[in-house]
Design a protein around this ligand. Structure first.
Ligand SMILES: C=CC1=C(C)c2cc3[nH]c(cc4nc(cc5[nH]c(cc1n2)c(C)c5CCC(=O)O)C(CCC(=O)O)=C4C)c(C)c3C=C
Ligand SMILES: [Fe+2]
Ligand SMILES: [Fe+2]
Length: 387
């Protein structure tokens, strides 16, 4: 076997407060995150959303120390995996490629080229596939492969998703079990899975298998737990005006509290590392929702990070994919058609969602007009003498 590498893919996160805005710009510039009918709208809309959102987002990052720990944890996972994969005959190097912040996927690929890697396993650190996460990184890599003939000499294989790996399921069950042992009534505590959401249109129109895989994953973990505790699956981190997968985490917590649930063990199911969505959104925002609603215990299961059983699962996935026939980018799920970004309900008067959408559309038109005017020096503001 020639020189072997593993490329771990992840989202990336701002490391300092001043990174938040450019990070959000990169995120919303991605057509797999913000799917638009016209590609020329992508950059101005990404600029607009990142400008409108960054202060709120930066405040949330301040609550967890000013930046995301994602890079540090992902690099620790890479090192732990590399140690497990090293044998006397074979030295395997593990790289990290982030989609929206350093170290960018492109930086990892440049290093892979410099190291003359001949076989490469491309492993997203998302157990379940979504066109907005693993799919987006695969599209980026596919583009790099098409542009660079040197990359075409690398025999690569991708792992589209691995939520069903029995060792990963075992690692999750053990982490849950440990947290359950700390609550007052482990026999009856409610197991609450919280997954990052996606817009419903991704699943229903674009063919994203994400919801199916998340549901399958929660079932496998519950089977591995071998307990009859009640459980719920809900979706967090909704962004923008469209409908996302339901139930929403905050509403589901409220509903359980209304039904008399007193103890929750909260499992972040779509993340394998701690970051803003676990440390801020779950630990601060949802905890507050729960306690205010009357829940007495809100015990959060830690993300696997560098848990040895979890790293063993990653090792197994890499070893298996080196033994199996390769999977190419072209075989992974890609969006079936452009999905609707806006709610489809009819116009109604008042402060309604459709009014917000039309405000947004008009603001967008205005913004584009200003950009065109600034760029070309022609338009209503020049005619009126404002510019
Ligand atoms: C399975 C994981 C994830 C899915 C699916 C996903 C979809 C998705 N995300 C956004 C918008 C944002 N995500 C943000 C942060 C963020 N998202 C994920 C994972 C998934 N996203 C992670 C791991 C992180 C944290 C990165 C870090 O800082 O450590 C953010 C930024 C934070 C904020 O401002 O709230 C946004 C925005 C969309 C629109 C989307 C699907 C279309
Ligand atoms: Fe996200
Ligand atoms: Fe969030």
């Amino acid at each position: 076997m020639g020189r072997v590498g593993v490329l771990l893919l992840n989202l990336g996160g701002p490391e300092r407060p001043q990174d938040v805005r450019p990070f959000l710009y990169n995120l919303f510039s991605d057509p797999e995150i913000l799917r638009l009918p016209a590609p020329w709208l992508q950059a101005p809309l990404a600029w607009l959303i990142s400008t409108l959102r960054f202060q709120k987002s930066r405040k949330n990052y301040q609550k967890i120390g000013g930046g995301s720990p994602l890079r540090q944890i992902t690099e620790a996972q890479a090192l732990a995996l590399q140690r497990r994969l090293q044998t006397q005959e074979q030295s395997i190097k593990v790289y990290v490629g982030m989609r929206y912040w350093h170290p960018f996927t492109q930086e990892a690929i440049s290093q892979i080229k410099r190291d003359n890697i001949e076989r490469l396993v491309i492993l997203p650190l998302y157990p379940q596939f979504s066109i907005s996460t693993s799919g987006s990184s695969f599209r980026e890599l596919e583009r790099l492969w098409q542009e660079d003939p040197q990359l075409q000499d690398i025999q690569y294989t991708v792992v589209p998703s691995w939520y069903h790996n029995p060792t990963y399921i075992r690692a999750m069950a053990a982490l849950i079990e440990k947290t359950m042992a700390q609550v007052d009534d482990p026999q009856n505590v409610h197991v609450f899975f919280s997954a990052h959401g996606v817009p419903v249109s991704y699943v229903e129109e674009a063919g994203d298998p994400y919801q199916r895989e998340i549901e399958g994953c929660a079932q496998l973990i519950m089977q591995a737990l071998k307990r009859s505790n009640p459980y719920t699956l809900a979706y967090q981190s909704r962004v923008g005006p469209v409908e996302w997968l339901q139930p929403y985490t905050n509403e589901a917590i409220q509903e359980l509290a209304d039904q008399g649930t007193k103890e929750l063990v909260v499992v972040p199911i779509s993340f394998v590392s701690e970051h803003i969505e676990t440390l801020e959104e779950i630990d601060i925002e949802y905890r507050e929702v729960a306690l205010e609603a009357g829940i007495k215990t809100f015990a959060r299961v830690p993300a696997p990070d560098t848990d040895p059983v979890f790293i063993q699962a990653l090792e197994e996935i890499v070893t298996q994919s080196l033994e199996e026939p390769p999977t190419f980018f072209s075989e992974t799920v890609r969006p079936q058609k452009s999905v609707k970004l806006y709610p489809q309900e009819r116009w109604t008067w008042g402060i309604t969602t459709s009014a917000e959408v039309w405000n947004g559309r008009l603001a967008m038109l205005g913004l584009v007009a200003v950009l065109v005017e600034v760029w070309m020096g022609l338009g209503p503001f020049h005619l009126l003498g404002f510019m």
